[in-house]
Design a protein around this ligand. Structure first.
Ligand code: DQA
Length: 150
């Protein structure tokens, strides 16, 4: 295995399916902020904490897996991962998280435990270092602050 490059102060923030529609999508559950708004919030807080935020979104499971592998290869400090509905279905994402040494924090805007039964199982959470959920867009900020204390 090749040694990771040094991006020790970089945080990847990976977002899965349908999160490109934040702001429009079920605002009563997910709020009115868009993913760009959240990226701006994270950039501001990241600057205060000395982190560079690399925010990405894809509707494709394989992209998220490739980005997790890339996080390892690039030696990033941590990954915040909101895998959307793949959270509840993807053994492949579970395995990808377990395949890397970079700490992965599971993030959700809503609290899946209060919602439908099919959202109660998290393949991501079973492999992640920790989970932040239920605080709307602030879940991402809480996760970023947690990463700053690692
Ligand atoms: C979500 C929760 C998931 O259950 C859902 O499929 C999403 C969004 C959240 O951020 O609350 O797409 O990850």
């Amino acid at each position: 295995m090749t040694e990771p490059a040094s991006s020790a102060a970089t945080i990847y923030v990976l977002n899965g399916p349908n999160l490109n529609l934040l702001g429009l999508r079920e605002p009563e559950i997910y709020g009115s902020q868009t993913l760009d708004d959240i990226a701006d919030m994270l950039d501001d807080r990241g600057r205060e904490l000395g982190f560079e935020i690399d925010m990405r979104q894809s509707n494709h499971e394989g992209h998220l897996i490739d980005w997790l592998h890339e996080a390892q290869a690039e030696g990033v400090k941590a990954v915040l991962l909101n895998a959307g509905a793949f959270t509840h279905t993807s053994v492949a994402l579970h395995d990808a998280i377990k395949s890397i040494k970079v700490p992965v924090i599971e993030v959700h805007l809503s609290n899946p435990h209060k919602r439908e039964d099919f959202r109660h199982k998290s393949y991501v959470g079973m492999a992640a270092l920790g989970t932040v959920c239920g605080f709307g867009a602030n879940s991402y900020l809480v996760a970023l602050d947690a990463v700053s204390r690692l």
